[in-house]
Design a protein around this ligand. Structure first.
Ligand code: GCV
Length: 648
């Protein structure tokens, strides 16, 4: 395991190196002096005012930083009033105070001075969570940032990196983390067994200090695999009893536990179906076991038939989550949260918003995003997902409950983490924007993606205007570019099966996963009115998506099957759009690499070098995508490029 790590956006630099006066922290006894808020403020002030005399509580003629807790605020809410002489930060609890301190530090660091400000902020969502797909053997499923820092050879690790991790994500506003893969395999099955209680206790204590609830992905069949029972039937009272005892044991050792995350009856994971029960039976049995301890069950809605017959044109994977869970609306206990992927498929570069967000009226929902860029370049390609995440959160479900945006319909947001034991945590420094931004966006979704990226650049790379402009241009344009040179117009799954990296337009065709583009000589795309998928949306979305003349260009081939000569709203034909977007996307990637080179002198040499190697691979891969996909559609359609470019 790599023990060296960067402090990323928490790398406090001297702000006023020449300030030799006094700086005092004042707080009443109701504020915990050993708590995260006070300790972070001390760490930051020592680094930012290296020559100041830092005092605690005493009167001071210099700068004054007052911290307090006010029960008129919500637990995670904070207020800041500040000017050139210091600041007063009040939180609704230690947690709120910690968020207030982080917010204040962020403001003065991005401004480069002590600022005058008045602010009162409450997070938009109560649960802002990271899901790590770390395995107990130290590997990370869909991990592109090195090995796990939570597990080494089957054992839990709690060390300085864990502390830094907690500070980093807390500073971004994240308040929960599931540390192990939802595919619970190998030694991870026994994570809830007695031998792991001391490790879990240490980890949950560390997390709690930073306001983070520890979640565990569990094996639904643990009564068998861990408990030695003969069944895991959720309606068998002995099974419920086993889970209740297990929960008691876990919460006694680790009171900071938040609950369990469950992938059941999906891609080979065990679940209630084996006993003829449904997902509500499974989730509620666990919910009852954890309820006395304030625990929650996060139950994933990623359930579909992954052994489909490709010739069956009626069965559509996109419909599966809806058809499984919509009939169960209202059947889940109050401490169950149904975690729904942002789209109906699986984190493709472009998907429609999942219809369950508009449909589930009586079920608590979490939106699940993926920071790990499984289908979006695996952190070798720069692909900033924040504009897309924000668009999804602000998307109007058109349901008849108002307000009806996704952000109004959910109680929580979770993201598959993109971290590992690489020095910069996310393999690529630029992928750090996704990690930071997910927390900030789910805390304050009124911020734009540009606001957040700008803030992240300043905290991570400093105040150079050239760096700021170059990185903003790269990050803000990166998703559009990636979509352009890979899978435009809502066409997903053009990637290689298994690894999900690089082009293979027939890789997922004619297979069992139910993920097709159905391209032939005449036409391309899936007619999702025929499969019944468009009917899962209310009007006016249903009509919008069903009609190729109305459907938004960027989703056309997801929803409709059209001829290559079909004319888009943009005025181009489908085939010409495919060619152009591949050439344009590649040109944008070239421009990103050039911009990165243009700021070389302002970057740390190791950071520049890491980026340069990744941009080189991005360009190689983007060229491959452009050529393979253009050649594929050119050969199928026989339509030449209007500009006469070589299509290979
Ligand atoms: C953890 C996709 C990924 C799998 C992942 C799964 C999920 O299928 O390729 O690696 O498994 O999603 O979200 O459960």
């Amino acid at each position: 395991m790599n023990d060296k790590f960067s402090s990323l956006w928490l790398d406090y630099k001297p702000l006023f190196p020449g300030f030799t006066g006094r700086a005092a922290i004042r707080c009443p006894s109701r504020v915990d002096r050993q708590g995260a808020a006070v300790s972070e403020l001390i760490t930051a002030l020592k680094a930012m005012l290296p020559a100041a005399e830092l005092t605690f509580g005493a009167d001071s003629a210099g700068l004054i930083f007052e911290l307090d807790i006010g029960d008129f605020l919500d637990v995670e809410e904070y207020m800041i009033s500040a000017d050139e002489r210091g600041a007063a930060v009040i939180g609704g609890s230690e947690r709120g105070l910690m968020y207030g301190v982080f917010a204040y530090l962020r403001e003065i660091r991005t401004a480069g001075s002590l600022v005058r400000m008045n602010k009162r902020v409450r997070p938009a969502l109560g649960l802002r969570m990271l899901d790590h797909w770390d395995n107990a053997d130290g590997t990370v499923e869909r991990g592109y940032s090195g090995s796990s820092f939570f597990f080494r050879e089957g054992k839990l690790v709690v060390d300085e990196r864990t502390e830094m991790y907690a500070r980093l994500i807390a500073s971004a506003g994240i308040n929960a983390a599931a540390i192990n893969n939802v595919n619970v395999r190998g030694d991870a099955v026994r994570l809830i067994a007695e031998e792991n209680l001391p490790g879990l206790a240490r980890l949950s204590e560390l997390f709690s200090r930073w306001g983070i609830a520890l979640y565990l992905s569990i094996d639904f069949s643990a009564p068998i695999s861990v408990g030695g029972m003969r069944t895991a039937d959720p309606l068998d009272p002995a099974v419920g009893y086993w889970w209740s005892n297990k929960a008691r044991e876990l919460w006694k050792a680790a009171p900071g536990l938040g609950g369990f995350l469950v992938k059941a009856d999906s891609e080979g994971q065990p679940g209630p179906y084996a006993y003829g029960r449904d997902h509500a039976d499974g989730a509620n049995m666990l919910a009852r076991a954890v309820k006395p301890f304030g625990g929650r069950i996060i139950w994933r809605a990623f359930v579909y038939n992954c052994t489909q017959d490709w010739r069956d044109e009626r069965t559509d994977r996109a419909c599966a989550g809806y058809r499984t869970f919509a009939p169960l609306d209202g059947h889940f206990d109050a401490n169950v949260i149904l975690q729904v992927k942002n789209g109906p498929m699986d984190f493709q570069v472009r998907e429609p918003v999942h219809p369950l967000f508009g449909a589930m009226r009586h079920t608590a929902l979490a939106a699940e995003f993926q920071l790990a860029q499984e289908y979006t370049g695996q952190q070798l390609h720069v692909c900033c997902l924040l504009p897309m995440f924000r668009e999804i959160l602000m998307w109007n479900t058109a349901c008849d409950i108002q307000p009806g945006r996704v952000i109004d319909r959910i109680q929580a947001a979770a993201a598959v983490a993109n971290t590992g034991d690489s020095f910069c945590w996310t393999g690529s420094e630029l992928a750090g924007a996704n990690l930071y931004g997910f927390g900030r966006l789910t805390f304050e979704p009124q911020l734009t993606a540009e606001d957040i990226i700008d803030e992240w650049i300043s905290l991570t790379f400093g105040s150079s205007e050239r760096v700021r402009e170059a990185l903003l241009q790269i990050l803000l344009g990166s998703h559009r570019a990636y979509e352009g040179y890979t899978a435009p117009l809502g066409l997903g799954w053009l990637c290689k099966p298994g690894t999900h990296y690089g082009p293979d337009p027939w890789g997922y065709e004619f297979d069992r996963w139910g993920t097709y583009n159905r391209a032939d000589r005449e036409a391309v795309g899936v007619d999702r009115s025929r499969t019944g998928y468009t009917s899962l949306y209310p009007e006016p979305l249903r009509e919008l998506y069903s009609d190729p003349e109305k459907c938004p260009d960027e989703l056309l081939l997801f929803f409709c099957r059209v001829k290559y000569t079909h004319v888009l709203h943009s005025g181009k034909t489908v085939i010409q759009h495919i060619y152009d977007s591949h050439f344009d996307g590649y040109a944008e990637a070239e421009e990103f690499a050039r911009l990165w080179d243009s700021i070389e002198s302002e970057l740390d040499p190791a950071v520049y070098d890491n980026g340069r190697r990744r941009f080189k691979e991005q360009l190689r891969s983007a060229g491959e995508w452009r050529d393979v996909i253009n050649a594929f559609f050119h050969r199928l359609s026989g339509v030449p490029d209007e500009q006469g470019r070589k299509l290979y």
